[in-house]
Ligand binder design. Sequence first.
Ligand code: GDG
Length: 500
Amino acid sequence: MTGDQVTAETVSSLLGDRELIVASNRQPYSHVREDGEITVTRPAGGLTSALDPVMQSAGGTWVAWGSGNADFDVTDENGSVRVPPESPAYDLRRVELDEERVEGYYYGYSNQVLWPICHVYPSKMNTETTFWNHYRRANRAFADAIADEATEESLIWFQDYHLGVAPRMVREKCPDAFCMQFWHIPWPSWDAFQACPQYERLLDGLLANDLLGFHTERYCQNFLDCAAMLPGTRVDRATRSVVYEGRRTFVRPFPLGIDADGRRELATSKDATTFWREFRREHELGEAVAVGVERLDYTKGIPERLTALERFWDQHPEWRGEFTYVQKASESRTQIDAYRELQAEVEDEVDRINDRFGTDEWTPIVYLNEHLPKEGLAALYREADLCIVSARRDGMNLVAKEFVASQVEDSGVLLLSELAGADEELGDEAVSVHPHDTKGFVDAIERALSLPESDRERRMHGLRKQVHSNDVYAWMNTQFRTIEAIQRGREVASKSLRRQ
Ligand code: GDG
């Protein structure tokens, strides 16, 4: 039985009479007009591709921002369209946001206030006062669409930090629906979170959920510490829950996994092999190859990694000509100054290091900024001897897990930042790095490249076990089982109250 079947079965049985409503900023399908013709695209993203099969088997409604230029040409008067287009199984209800709202809500409050606060970069926070208003209004638009679809029997599942106050708005209209939210980025300590001027409003919004999920136990504890600072709350550490406004919100770690079997299949595909053959031919690679895959985001620690790599080639001339680092970097949030500056900095550094060490036969750093097909990415993961994940902060980091699942041949080594959420599950078998400890980082690269085969195999065996047994389907199952347990607990409590 595949993970897929387990999930479909479990979700349907756990849902019972309840209807599932998923709400996220990104949509699973987008309609785009090009040269007068409308085509459907599937925005690549781990989460949307993981939840789509669940929605297809469970039915229900997915509420998301309609970002495609032909999205509303195909919807009904409520902004809904049945998807997937080839075999419609559920409703995608699109929320219409104008350009100004998207600027203020998405590029503004979500990505210039919440993102830096949660990753502990208060200096990158933009305190433009209109952002909050746009965020609230966008959340209101989501909440109205959700409430319009919801009944008291609905199970409403909010995704991520773009929808921090929508649960409270939905709760006002649907007091008995089950609301849950998964927060995909870190939750910081109270000292860091307090820097957010709207901290009370956000905590109030999130505490309208019945269940709140984070990637790690640490983020849960941080959230409970923050909730304790909100007037009117009672934090119950024993049950990891918060009582507020007459409701109890349970706070639990649900480390997100990947579709590990799917990634393994991609890595063994013919297309992956073809991609790698061409890639080797096109680039002057060393015998050993390391890979890093990320959006160009200041939290991912790319400049610090380049500094460590330069120092490595400096101090270990024996590895010049022998070892190439491949950086897959995707342009991201380029409307924001900090992101454009980072992109320029990274590109300049790559050029400078390549000029310093490169030869006609060898490129130290291969820089790829185009979007790769999944098979291409799988080929890089499969062939790499090292994968370097040296984030300065990261909620989880799925790249670390994708690398492991794609390692179907010789065992490579994962260099993993102790500041990434993935460290909680994978830290023991990875070689740990601290992004700001350049000397330690250089030693870790050297050590990883020199590890005996038996050691590499032992580590990779442990990592594979972890990644496959805690895949994305296990992630969903655990959450749905937790809901079931909460509901059972509530029924028992209300029966015993009735008996008194
Ligand atoms: C947030 C949190 C958390 C990248 N380039 C290509 C490509 N990718 C895919 C990767 C991976 C995804 O993008 C990146 O996921 P991450 O988890 O590394 O990072 P964020 O985008 O920052 O995600 C993070 C995550 O949410 C989930 O909760 O882990 O901490 O920050 O899946 O494979 N995919 C393809 N071509 C590319 O060129 N096909």
